[in-house]
Design a protein around this ligand. Structure first.
Ligand code: PMP
Length: 372
């Protein structure tokens, strides 16, 4: 008996499980790259008051074009990355996951191809699968950087309609140099492809790493996707967004469901943006903690990848699952992801990182912690 007997589920979906990291009730959660610091009571009160105000009009559908929120997001990007954008160049949805699904719905589809470079974010092939878009990957180098000429050759060979570039990349933390991004976007423009630079972790990037938003004025085929789930400490609010040309955004407006962004979500996001200073206030501390974590892992003789994000990929272990499990037994949940032998730890509070270090140090002294 199959799970879907009697149901006309699409053939290619039959063997899949719903995607998602384990949600386990343990004390130390370092597995989904959240910001570990909750909002202040002041911010909570402002969000609650804004949601109450939205509730007073909830007999009506929300503002379908949410231009108020789009203007606030444009102002945020002007402040954060110096971008000068019109509200019509911004788009938002329920997490950047949904933003990217909109992109695949608009630009992918049967007979079309999406291309990325592995190892990368594991949801990308799912957007492709769900929109009946063919999925192809090129490879990143041994150190997880992306070779410009190989990337360009892959685009010329596969002629994708969509290229997905995560920068900083998940799960490796690797940011793309802006000249490599630009070369790829230019090649894609020449072949009629769009490029999405997924900057979910951009606010954590190290000094001197520019955002791809600086390329937007020159490339109407480019979109830069961001999220409020990570540095912005709003994973529970489900707000992702992108910046692109007006034409690009107009294409997404065709495929979005009407009123996809609820009045509650819009009110929450706008209130959170008013408190951006506070919500992002711990980013510098998390960056320092990240760099210290890389140094600490290396001091133990492990490999750790330089990171521009709020997580670190480290290893390599003969049995990474056993190490993951042993950490969990100590109440520390990290992520078993990336190439075989590697594990990813999100950067938590100082206390959480101390618990992670104590547990890993203990495991490394046992047979479980064998390196490969
Ligand atoms: N892009 C990348 C690279 C991510 O790691 C994630 C979350 N893990 C997302 C996009 C999606 O985040 P959200 O839907 O919460 O905005």
């Amino acid at each position: 008996m199959g799970r879907f007997d009697g149901l006309p589920i699409r053939e290619e979906l039959k063997s899949f499980e719903p995607y998602g990291a384990p949600q386990l009730d343990v004390p130390i959660l370092l597995n989904v790259n959240e910001n570990p610091y909750p909002p202040s009571e002041d911010t909570v009160q402002d969000v609650a008051a804004s949601v109450a105000e939205a509730a007073r009009g909830m007999n009506r559908y929300p503002d379908r074009e949410f231009l108020g929120l789009r203007a606030d997001l444009a102002a945020y990007l002007a402040h954060e990355s110096g971008a000068q954008l019109e509200p019509e160049q911004l788009w938002a949805a329920n997490g950047s996951n949904e933003v990217m699904l909109h992109i695949l719905q608009a630009f992918g589809g049967p007979g079309r191809t999406a291309l990325s470079f592995a190892p990368t974010y594991s949801m990308y092939p799912e957007y492709a699968r769900d929109t009946n878009t063919a999925w192809v990957t090129g490879r990143r180098a041994e150190d997880f950087t992306l070779d410009r000429s190989k990337a360009i050759a892959a685009i010329s060979r596969h002629r994708p309609s969509v290229v997905l570039l995560a920068s900083p990349n998940n799960p490796t933390g690797t940011a793309l140099p802006i000249d490599v991004t630009e070369a790829i976007v230019a090649q894609a423009a020449a072949l009629g492809s769009v490029v999405v630079v997924d900057e979910a972790y951009a606010e954590f990037r190290r000094a001197g790493t520019p955002s791809a938003v600086s390329l937007l004025p020159s490339y109407p085929n480019l979109a830069v996707s961001r999220t409020m789930s990570k540095a912005f400490a709003m994973a529970g609010g489900r707000v992702g967004y992108l910046a692109a040309s007006k034409q690009f955004v107009d294409a997404l407006r065709i495929v979005r469901l009407p009123y996809h962004l609820s009045a509650v979500t819009q009110a929450t996001a706008r209130a959170a943006l008013r408190h951006a200073g506070e919500l992002l206030g711990r980013v510098e501390q998390l960056r320092i903690e990240r760099d210290e974590t890389v140094d600490w892992l290396r001091s133990l003789g492990l490999r750790a990848v330089d990171s521009d994000a709020n997580f670190v990929l480290f290893g390599t272990f003969a049995d990474r699952h056993a190490v993951w499990r042993a950490l969990l037994d100590d109440g520390v949940l990290i992520r078993e992801t990336g190439p075989d032998g590697w594990l990813r730890v999100s950067i938590g509070t100082g206390e959480e990182m101390a618990a992670f270090r104590a547990s890993l140090e203990r495991i490394l002294k046992t047979d479980t912690g064998r390196q490969s």
